[in-house]
Design a protein around this ligand. Structure first.
Ligand code: HDD
Length: 716
């Protein structure tokens, strides 16, 4: 069994329990425990003797018409015919996991009375679903898109959902525009093209004519649109919510998730290749990390503005197309979340989970954010189409606290309430509204007066300041990726009106940026500034800001590329060292069979080492780093193999870490010929040469290799 498979088995026995997992287990069937004799039955429980042959009026040749009277066949076919439910109208493709949430202390009680945010003795079960937005359920994971980051907290006071994204802002300000932006980004109505992409006329047409989308469009075209992993994304509640403390004081709040592993992205070339090579890359990555015990973690932070300060900012704090700069509203980290259990079955958990922005608990409230107000209607509504009116009763959706009211009936009702009253007030008081003092939800009293009209606030009219702020805050590499990302997409628009309108609009963000993009895509190259760049920036919008303080290789996938004749002791030491850093290693050989170390004869299967994969079957794109160990014959075999050479060249092109030892260095130097890289040349020297992410050394001490690997992996 390979190292990884062993770790997987171990972790399965260590999955955590929580109140929600115990609740789900009431509905979980384990065939091994459930039916001692494992009898196969119909849905109504009668034992089935044959599930392979439809009942027939058979003639002497053993053929003949199938009979409609075969109730077993009919049941099997009719159940199959109705297996599908409507996929989510957006965020159809997703992956999810269970975990727990804890706050560090009660510091947030200044702002809120919500126990989930203030009681450090609580461990709140959570279920998190990550998703892409545009593509259908069967689309690829690594497309350029926003990622959904939806968290359901099963609190003692009921379910609280933060239905967020990996980007802190949104395309539109008012919920009434949601069908427009989604129709524009989804496959075009004439030919249903493209899938999982925003690189088409309709999307750029819409965002070019709707300037409020400019800020968000830049975020999606930046590296944020192609995350390396769900586990390496920030999460944001996006909308402005409110917190209310025990004294009845109210605060505006934004919610943040900060990943322990830092924020990392794929290269665009890598993302496109992975889309074909492994369309399930992100969902497998989440599962692999949990199964190998490298549990994904996020810190939880809040930005808080006292109610009285609502209008003291140059932007409107209820406008979801704006961030709250951390220099103005500091981020306060108050807790953390860990995901530690994969789902048992995709459909009843990941597919049937239903999030609602309107799911809040006492101490948390809404604001007049016009996007949030509309969302509060939409989510509840859409679940009825997807799941039916009794969707809150489904195991994954029901709360862990008691739930009782006068709602009754409807399709697929599961609960049986043993009470003759289903109205309030009633003579029996089997259930009754609870006063606020005893935990009933309190609507914060808010003075409202106004004129009924369709309008947008004055500060909502300004759309470019923060787009420029974001652009100014990127590192040069991030800015280059953004220029290339947006240029890739606009180049896929074949209607000149579309890319000309958009490149003209970009001049409102920054003159030089607009010139760069317009030149690449053949758009309108501006001659004069449409607006001066205000020059403001912040480190907190660059994803480099979130790199862990101590770099880590936790959960990273490392390929060890070998041919026959490799140095086995070195490979074993490397694997142990990487494992100690919680990374996974994969031995990639010429075949997925035995590969023979130095000194072992070809065909000596007993002393061969099983390769986890072969050069053709797995590409460099699926790994974070590649190492070539010593071994003359192995290095020569790799040099003769075009795919092996391509492995290293491709990894270099995608800025991956590449390591080589002894003769492995010669292979990388001579065969792969990486431009500009310097190498260790003396095979007897222990001196490490590190150049452009390529780390080479002539000789390693097996006994100190773990410390060396750690040192190298923690250096920048
Ligand atoms: Fe939405 C799903 C995030 C605006 C209407 N949305 C959905 C999901 C996420 C978001 C993560 C998937 C939840 C899951 O995994 O099941 N949506 C956002 C964010 C928004 C946003 C961060 C901006 C702040 N959404 C938004 C608006 C509307 C909707 C303005 C409608 C007015 N969203 C929906 C929906 C979905 C949905 C149609 C489809 C499936 C579902 O709700 O359960 O109701």
């Amino acid at each position: 069994m390979s190292g990884v498979a062993g770790a997987v088995k171990q972790a399965y026995t260590a999955v955590t329990q929580s109140q929600k997992i115990a609740d789900l287990q009431r509905n979980t069937v384990d065939p091994e425990k459930f039916a001692k004799d494992r009898t196969f039955t119909t849905d109504f429980g009668v034992a089935v003797s044959n599930t392979d042959d439809w009942l027939k009026a058979a003639n002497s040749y053993g053929t003949g018409p199938s009979l409609l009277e075969d109730h077993i066949a009919r049941e099997k076919i009719h159940r199959f015919d109705h297996e599908r439910i409507p996929e989510r109208v957006v965020h159809a493709r997703g992956a999810a996991a269970h975990g727990v949430f804890k706050v560090y202390d009660d510091k947030a009680s200044k702002y809120t009375s919500a126990g989930v945010l203030t009681d450090p003795s609580r461990t709140t079960p959570v279920f998190v679903r990550f998703s892409t937005v545009q593509g259908s359920r069967g689309s690829a994971d690594t497309v350029r898109d926003v990622r959904g980051f939806a968290t359901k907290f099963y609190t003692e006071e009921g379910n609280w959902d933060i239905v967020g994204n990996d980007i802190p802002i949104f395309f539109i300000q008012d919920a009434i525009k949601f069908p427009d932006i989604i129709h524009a980004v989804k496959p075009e109505p004439k030919n249903e093209v493209p899938q999982g992409q925003s690189a088409h006329n309709n999307f750029w047409d819409f965002v070019g004519l709707q300037p409020e989308a400019t800020h968000m469009a830049l975020w999606v075209m930046s590296d944020r649109g192609i995350p390396r992993s769900f586990r390496m994304m920030q999460g944001f509640g996006v909308n402005t919510y409110t917190l209310v403390n025990a004294s009845g004081e109210r605060f505006f709040v934004k919610f943040h998730w900060i990943p322990e592993l830092g924020v990392h992205s794929l290269m665009w070339d890598e993302a496109m290749k992975l889309g074909g090579q492994d369309p399930d890359f992100h969902r497998k990555d989440l599962e692999e990390a949990i199964n190998t015990g490298a549990y994904p973690k996020w810190q939880f932070g809040i930005q808080v503005i006292p109610e009285a300060d609502e209008h003291n900012f140059e932007f409107d704090i209820l406008d979801a197309t704006k961030v709250w700069p951390e220099e103005l509203v500091p981020l306060q980290v108050i807790g953390e979340m860990e995901l530690n259990r994969t789902v048992d079955e995709y459909f009843p958990e990941t597919e049937q989970v239903a999030f609602c922005t309107s799911h809040i608990v006492p101490g948390i409230g809404f604001s007049d954010d016009p996007l949030l107000q509309g969302r509060n209607f939409s989510y509840q509504d859409t679940q009825i189409t997807r799941l039916g009116v009794n969707w809150e009763e489904l195991p994954i959706n029901r709360p862990v606290c008691p739930m009782l009211n006068t709602h009754r009936d409807g399709a697929m009702r599961h609960r049986i309430v043993d009470s003759n009253v289903n109205y309030w007030p009633n003579r029996k008081e089997h259930f009754r509204p609870v006063p606020v003092a005893h935990g009933g939800y309190n609507e914060h009293p808010q003075k409202v007066q106004g004129v009924k009209e369709r309008m947008r606030g004055k500060k909502f009219q300004e759309h470019f300041n923060q787009a420029t702020f974001f652009l100014n805050s990127l590192t040069p590499a991030e800015r280059l990726h953004l220029t290339n990302g947006i240029s890739f997409e606009l180049s896929h628009c074949d209607d000149p009106v579309v890319y000309e309108t958009y490149t003209r609009l970009l001049n409102n963000v920054d003159f030089d940026f607009a010139k760069d993009v317009a030149t690449i895509v053949g758009g309108i190259v501006p001659k004069t500034h449409a607006r001066e760049n205000h020059g403001k920036s912040t480190p907190t919008l660059s994803q480099t800001y979130y790199h862990p303080k101590v770099p880590t290789i936790k959960s990273r996938r490392i390929a060890i590329l070998v041919g026959d004749g490799f140095d086995l002791a070195q490979v074993q030491a490397l694997r142990a060292a990487f494992k100690a850093g919680s990374a996974t290693t994969w031995l990639i050989g010429p075949n997925r069979g035995p590969v023979y170390p130095e000194g072992v004869a070809q065909g000596d299967v007993k002393n061969g080492v099983l390769a986890d994969h072969q050069y053709e079957g797995q590409r460099s794109t699926a790994f974070d780093a590649v190492v070539i160990p010593a071994g003359m014959k192995s290095a020569q075999a790799l040099a003769r193999n075009g795919r092996a050479v391509h492995w290293v060249r491709e990894a270099f092109g995608h800025c991956k870490a590449i390591g080589a030892i002894g003769e492995g260095v010669a292979f990388v130097r001579e065969a792969a010929q990486l431009p500009g890289v310097e190498y260790a040349t003396n095979l007897d020297s222990h001196d490490v040469v590190s150049s452009y992410g390529v780390v080479t050394v002539g000789k390693v001490n097996l006994s100190s290799i773990a410390a060396d690997v750690l040192k190298i992996s923690q250096s920048d």
